[in-house]
Design a protein around this ligand. Structure first.
Ligand SMILES: Nc1nc2c(ncn2[C@@H]2O[C@H](COP(=O)(O)OP(=O)(O)OP(=O)(O)O)[C@@H](O)[C@H]2O)c(=O)[nH]1
Ligand SMILES: [Zn+2]
Length: 230
């Protein structure tokens, strides 16, 4: 698959939506690792220097003992928080199982916790993803839906884009009869700064195939997510 080896931009603004339908995501945008191992990037020392500049910007003494290792720690934290750029969503969904005894209903994994970083402020947003898909013959390991969520969450995101990318990757790789993704999250850029509204939740959803075409399936998904919750 060509898309797996091409370097790609992590996110690009979607095209205008024709007639209210969601613009299709480019598979190259969500199936591959976003950064290739051989892609030129600034050296670690440059990244650490940038952190030192920010410390000086807020008025800190960058030479005081407590801050000496901070640039290194921050860059290491970035490596962890943004590891999704180096991971390949298509690979995670690659392993499927065919012995399903003719199972033909949807499979729902609910309450997948995640933390992502908002692309506007680089501050965390966190919450739960609920993912359902209706398999055709083969099913994917349940943990892989959580792994897929983490790959996209560990990149700079908007919640809408995260939701759409998860659905699009499952659609493209597993080719199921439909996918439903619902994400609920709290954005710290809205709670600890700016408008400062603690506890506000944002919900986003994406339905494809039978979930998009059949309101009864959407309703059943939503009632399983909501009805049996907590
Ligand atoms: N649609 C969407 N907006 C987001 C997301 N994360 C953060 N935002 C919003 O991005 C917007 C950026 O707005 P700007 O006016 O450019 O930036 P700002 O001056 O920092 O905005 P305030 O947060 O209102 O102070 C804010 O309204 C955020 O709440 C997200 O996942 N999806
Ligand atoms: Zn933000």
């Amino acid at each position: 698959m060509d898309a797996l080896i091409k370097p790609i931009r992590p996110n690009k603004p979607s095209d205008k939506q024709p007639e209210g339908r969601p613009a299709e995501l480019d598979p190259a945008e969500f199936l591959a690792a976003a950064v290739r191992a051989d892609q030129p990037r600034p050296a670690r020392a440059e990244a650490e220097h940038a952190v030192k500049t920010l410390l000086a910007y807020i008025g800190e003494n960058t030479e005081r003992e407590g801050l000496l290792d901070t640039p290194r720690r921050v860059v290491e934290a970035f490596d962890e928080l943004y590891q999704g750029y180096h991971q390949c969503p298509a690979e995670v969904l690659d392993r499927t199982f065919g012995e399903t005894a003719g199972y033909d209903d949807f499979v729902l994994v609910r309450d997948i916790e995640f933390t992502s970083q908002c692309e506007h402020h680089m501050m965390p947003f966190y919450g739960k993803a609920h993912i359902a898909y209706t398999p055709v013959e083969r099913v994917v390991g349940l943990s892989k839906l959580a792994r897929l969520t983490d790959i996209f969450a560990r990149r700079l995101q908007t919640q809408e884009h995260l939701t759409a990318q998860i659905a699009a990757a499952i659609d493209e790789v597993l080719k199921p009869r439909g996918v439903a993704v619902l994400i609920e999250a709290e954005h710290t850029c809205m709670s600890v700064r700016g408008v400062a509204k603690h506890g506000a939740s944002t919900f986003t959803s994406r339905f494809t195939g039978m979930f998009r075409d059949n309101p009864a399936e959407q309703a059943r998904f939503l009632s399983l997510v909501r009805g049996l919750q907590r």
